[in-house]
Design a protein around this ligand. Structure first.
Ligand code: KIV
Ligand code: ZN
Length: 551
């Protein structure tokens, strides 16, 4: 890196807008959305989508509720042209969908683009040329007036060809590409020059798209630029002001949200932010951010998982694990205190019937977008006993008593810590089995029988103690009391049963029961044990041996 960055880079000049209004506004409704997945998203793929993939993604976007979709750059290649023709000829676009196509201000390209739209119900022709000082100087070597000339000629060539699209409802769109790096006065001048050609009216508006082609400033600057344009451009009432942000500084979403506060009506972007470099605006995030504020986003993201599957299959991209809303880990709590808070919040939500969502750490109810509560709790070395207990219960129906959770939680955490990674529910169950169920030393059960007479239960049992046979008999008011008595008769240090619970682990003829028993020794020390058997009496005897074996 440069030792003195100020010698190489300079701050972005602020927009002079001392009475800016956008910071005091709040968003109240969804904008018009336009997906540019099939154009901006597609052009940025290492392997662009083939027609089959584009068709699949197109149908998926329609299902999400997009009413405007930029389907491509028909003059750029035969594939792009053919795709557009298929959509139109096979009537794949619903009647209320605007098919948007992008074109540069070149007559031959405009000719081919118009040709690609014949027979469409509704079409948006999107003309662009780049306007920033660097683009004018480096790429085109043209003056401001010459750059305006390019835009005006392009606008005229399109206008001249509109009669060829009889029967098609056409909307026109102009983008001064690299708008956010362009002087505001010049952005206004060139946009108004295009408006002079197209002559939009409040009834027949044109779209003025103001792209943050490359993020070069903080999002408040973009908002100022949008408000400046909304307030200064002529005939604002004849325009649909549109945002198109990229994500170079990781603030594409913020820039769009502030741009909406600043007066924009429409938003272009892609699913999960696919697009050039760091990507386009992630429409899913902006839509679900609105949803989180109680605003109907007018896009249906109620089942994100299949949407992610289609997106990944068609584009070859992957949705990162931390992607807002869509990432695999965003509804997952690793920390014990987070898990605990989420559990309490979810219980309160279920039991108290709150009207508005207010669960710690979960910005929205994962089920609203087709995600699972199961994803909320996973276990690593930072997890508390709550996460461990949750996984054992939700995956295997093992309902550890609260006090036993306190004993097993740290044991599991130690093992997870040694592994140095997150563990699955099955691994946790194996740890539990090793710790409680599979211990056969010093005590191993061979036989246990009881008989009951006049309210007194007598037991006779055979064990191995460190591999050597031992027999005992005892009596009490139940099998466990008889067993404890029998142990005291053969000289095992005194203990009592402090806690007991059991439940079925499976159903049917070969139903298996699990028993949890806490024993308390004469010195006050306690130990939990657990036993599993098809016979509940034997499960509890095994649980006593497990507790003794752990003492
Ligand atoms: O990022 C951009 O400026 C574009 C334009 C073509 C709108 O994609
Ligand atoms: Zn773009």
């Amino acid at each position: 890196m440069h030792k003195q960055p100020s010698k190489k880079y300079r701050p972005f000049p602020p927009v002079s807008l001392p009475d800016r209004q956008w910071p005091n506004r709040v968003l109240k409704h969804a904008p018009v959305w336009c997906s540019v997945d099939l154009r901006d998203g597609n052009q940025a793929l290492a392997v662009p989508m083939n027609i089959g993939q584009k068709l699949e993604l197109f149908q998926t976007l329609v299902k999400c509720g997009f009413k405007e979709i930029e389907v491509g750059f028909p003059s750029a290649s035969n594939t792009e042209f053919a795709f557009n023709r298929r959509l139109i000829e096979e009537k794949r676009a619903p009647d209320d969908l605007w098919l948007q196509v992008l074109v540069q201000a070149r007559e031959d390209l405009i000719e081919r683009t118009v040709e690609s739209l014949v027979g469409a119900k509704k079409a948006i022709i999107h003309l662009y040329n780049s306007t920033s000082p660097a683009q004018r100087r480096v790429v085109f070597g043209k003056s401001k007036a010459e750059i305006v000339g390019v835009a005006v000629r392009g606008a005229q060539w399109i206008k001249d060809r509109l009669p060829r699209l009889k029967g098609t409802e056409v909307m026109l769109q102009y983008s001064p590409e690299s708008f956010s790096a362009t002087e505001m006065e010049f952005a206004k001048e060139i946009s108004e020059a295009v408006m002079d050609v197209w002559r939009p009216t409040p009834k027949r508006k044109m779209i003025l798209n103001l792209p943050d082609t490359v993020e070069v400033a903080m999002p408040n600057i973009y908002a100022d630029q949008i408000e400046w344009m909304c307030r200064n451009i002529k005939n604002r009432g004849s325009l649909i002001i549109s945002l198109h942000t990229h994500n170079d500084r990781c603030t594409g979403v913020a820039a769009t949200e502030l741009g909406l506060l600043a007066g924009a009506d429409r938003v272009e972007g892609t699913l999960f932010g696919n697009g050039e470099r760091t990507g386009n605006l992630d429409i899913v995030t902006v839509a679900l951010n609105l949803y989180q504020h109680g605003i109907d986003p007018k896009l249906d993201f109620s089942n994100l998982n299949p949407l992610i599957e289609v997106y990944e299959r068609c584009t070859g991209m992957t949705v990162p694990a931390r992607q807002p809303y869509a990432g695999e880990l965003v509804f997952t709590a690793f920390s014990g205190s987070h898990q605990d808070a989420i559990r309490k919040g979810l219980n309160e939500w279920k039991e108290n019937g709150r009207t508005h969502w207010d669960v710690p750490y979960l910005t929205i109810d994962p089920r609203d977008i087709g995600r699972e509560y199961r994803e909320v709790i996973r276990v690593n070395s930072q997890s508390g006993k709550g996460g461990v207990a949750y996984l054992l219960e939700s995956e295997f129906g093992i309902e550890l008593p609260k006090d036993m959770q306190r004993e097993f939680g740290p044991i599991a955490n130690d093992e997870v810590d040694k592994l140095g990674r997150e563990v699955t529910g099955a691994e946790l169950k194996a740890m539990f089995w090793r710790e409680y169920i599979e211990r056969a030393r010093p005590w191993e059960l061979k036989r246990f029988e009881t008989e009951s007479k006049n309210g007194v239960v007598r037991c006779r049992a055979k064990f191995l103690r460190d591999g050597k046979p031992v027999e005992l008999s005892g009596e009490g008011n139940g099998p466990l009391a008889a067993l404890v008595h029998g142990f005291s008769k053969i000289g095992v240090s005194r203990f009592e049963i402090a806690n007991y619970s059991e439940h079925a682990l499976s159903s049917g003829e070969e139903a298996v029961a699990i028993a949890y028993i806490q024993i308390k020794h004469a010195d006050g020390k306690t130990r939990w044990g657990a036993g599993v058997d098809t016979n509940i009496e034997l499960a509890s005897v095994r649980a006593v041996l497990s507790a003794l074996n752990r003492s």
